[in-house]
Design a protein around this ligand. Sequence first.
Ligand SMILES: [Ca+2]
Ligand SMILES: [Ca+2]
Length: 265
Amino acid sequence: MFPYIAEYRAGVVTDGLPGNGTAANFTCDISNYLVGLHSSGEAFLGPPATVSFASGDDSATGTMDNVPAARGSVYTLPACGFAVVGKLFKGWQVGSNTGNLKQPGDTFTVSGNTTVKAVWEDDPTTVVVSFDACGGTVEPAKAEIGVGAAIGALPTPTREGGWVFLGWFTEPAETAFAAGEGTPVTAETTFDEDATVYAHWRLPGDINGDGSVNNKDLTRLQRYLKGAEVEVVVQNQDVNGDGGVSNKDLTRLQRWLKGANVEIH
Ligand SMILES: [Ca+2]
Ligand SMILES: [Ca+2]
């Protein structure tokens, strides 16, 4: 790499006094070198290094660009451009120095390529509710609310393949037959600690609850309508959406399976 040859000279003065002042007073006239500020405030030319930023948390959002800096220069730490739901920014860890967190506006001397990592602490006044879409997708996947506060507006997940969202619940649905059962989560639900809530889904026409719609569902509905003791997904029986369960639903499902231009509910 570059030999460490900082030049304690004025560089090429474009404005202001040589030797002291800000780096903006100087122009680099050596290829690949950068203008930096020595801790004394004197500008100099030095070989380049990179200051890069790490979020410090897998769930962080935001990005921060790498910053080129002259090796040996004093670098002033910026504000944190990352955010983590439910956590507060505690400070910057410079390199491997875990014992001495620095704050935005603090400085360090760039001795080489340096990673500056954000350090976080739990926000004691908030809880994080995670949304598990259970086969679907949802945005945002987390909400931060005050301890004991109502969660308010809930996100609506989506799922490919015709699945219909039944709502958020405190437990996942064990099977299609259990979807919609359990304790629902509403805008008024409050949380005293971090929690995960789960999407429940149903698939219109999936009478036997096996996750697909085919002739087996037709047979199952037929048997059910004849009074046989068979298990059916209650929410999926009213295939034509008229509010009742009858042979009309059987006909509707049959036509849908044959590719007719009809809707199933
Ligand atoms: Ca099925
Ligand atoms: Ca019906």
